[in-house]
Design a binder for this molecule. Structure first.
Ligand SMILES: C[S@@+](CC[C@H](N)C(=O)[O-])C[C@H]1O[C@@H](n2cnc3c(N)ncnc32)[C@H](O)[C@@H]1O
Length: 283
C-alpha cells in the first residue's frame, strides 16, 4: 500500500488518501483511461472524514466530483477516455436518518441530505445527468450513456413505481478524437456467425459478495470498459478504488494501475485481492 512513498511510475499501486489531493502528484497526460464508480450521493456512509457523497447539498456533491474529474482530465492523455459508473437516488422526503440494514451496515445513515431546492419528496434526483451536464460544461465530451441493466436486482419494497434495475456508465473523452477499440465492443447476433456493432445496453448481473466492501464493480463490467478504452501496457486510474476491482482486472488484462481510496481498510482489502496478497506493489 502506498502513502505517497512510491513514484507515480509504479505499475500497480493503491494510494490511501483523498482523490483530488492525491491526483495532484501525477503528471499531465499520464493515464490512458479512468474507470471508476464514485460514492453515490446520500446513499452510503463510509464513516470517514473527507468522504464524497456525504455533502449536505446536491450542488456541493456535484461540484466536489467535478473537481476530481477536472484533475482526471488533466492526468489523461489527449486521446484518453473516462468510464464513469453512477446510479440515481430518490429525495429523502426530509427524513434525517436511515435505519441500519443488517446485511449492509454502510447503508445506515447518520444523516440524510435535505431535499434539493426545486425537488419534492419522492422525486428521483437525476444525479447521473446532473453530473454528466456539469462535466460537459467543464470541457468533457459526453460520448455515450450506457445503461448497465442488472437483471438480478432484488425487488424494492415500494408499490408505486418500478424497481430500479439499472445504472449509467457514461463514456466521456478528453478530446473529440480518442482511442476506442470498436472491435472489442462487437456483440454476437442470433446468427451465430455474425457480429454487430456494440450497443448501449449492457446486461450484467451484480455478484453477491462476502467481502467488507458493499459497492463492488462486477469484473465483467470493468473488463468491457478496459477492452474498449485501452491496450495492453496502458495505464488506468480509479480515483475511488474501493475494494480494487478495476486493479484486479487490470492485472488480468496486462494494464498498469493506480487506485486512490480514502479509507485505509478498503485500500488494504484492494491489495489483499491481488495475487501477491502481501501488500507489495508489482514491478
Ligand atoms: C462506490 S465505491 C467504489 C467501489 C469499487 N468500484 C469496487 O469495485 O470496490 C466508492 C469508494 O470511494 C471511496 N471514497 C469516498 N470519498 C473518497 C475521496 N474523497 N477520495 C477517495 N476515495 C473516496 C469510498 O470509501 C468507497 O470505497
Amino acid at each position: 500500500m502506498s502513502t505517497g512513498s512510491l513514484t507515480p511510475d509504479d505499475d500497480y499501486q493503491v494510494i490511501v488518501g483523498d482523490a483530488a489531493l492525491e491526483l495532484s502528484q501525477f503528471p499531465d497526460a499520464f493515464f490512458q483511461s479512468c474507470i471508476t464508480s464514485p460514492p453515490y450521493w446520500g446513499v452510503r456512509d463510509y464513516g470517514i472524514q473527507g468522504q464524497i457523497g456525504a455533502e449536505g447539498s446536491l450542488g456541493d456533491y456535484i461540484d466536489h466530483l467535478r473537481m476530481v474529474f477536472h484533475e482526471i482530465r488533466r492526468v489523461l492523455r489527449d486521446d484518453g477516455t473516462l468510464w464513469l459508473n453512477i446510479g440515481d437516488t430518490y429525495t429523502s422526503g426530509n427524513r434525517t436518518w436511515r435505519a441500519p440494514d443488517r446485511k449492509n451496515p454502510a447503508r445506515a445513515m447518520k444523516y440524510r441530505p435535505p431535499t434539493p431546492v426545486g425537488l419534492k419528496p419522492k422525486d428521483l434526483v437525476g444525479v447521473p445527468w446532473r453530473l454528466a451536464f456539469s462535466l460537459q460544461e467543464d470541457g468533457w465530451y459526453l460520448r455515450s450513456d450506457i445503461i448497465w441493466y442488472k437483471p438480478n436486482v432484488r425487488p424494492e419494497s415500494v408499490k408505486d413505481r418500478p424497481t430500479q434495475s439499472h445504472e449509467y456508465v457514461f463514456m466521456l473523452s478528453k478530446s473529440d478524437r480518442y482511442y476506442y477499440n470498436h472491435k472489442a465492443g462487437m456483440e454476437p447476433t442470433t446468427d451465430r456467425n455474425a457480429l454487430r456493432h456494440g450497443r448501449t445496453l449492457w446486461t450484467i448481473p451484480t455478484k453477491p459478495n462476502r467481502s467488507s466492501h458493499f459497492a463492488m464493480f462486477p469484473p465483467s463490467l470493468v473488463k468491457r470498459c478496459i477492452d474498449l478504452g485501452s491496450q495492453p501496457g496502458d495505464r488506468i486510474i480509479d480515483p475511488f478504488c474501493g475494494s480494487g476491482t478495476v486493479g484486479l482486472v487490470c492485472l488480468e488484462t496486462n494494464r498498469r494501475f493506480a487506485g486512490i481510496e480514502i479509507k485505509p481498510e478498503y485500500a488494504a482489502l484492494a491489495l489483499s485481492r491481488t495475487p501477491w496478497a502481501g501488500g507489495q506493489p508489482a514491478h
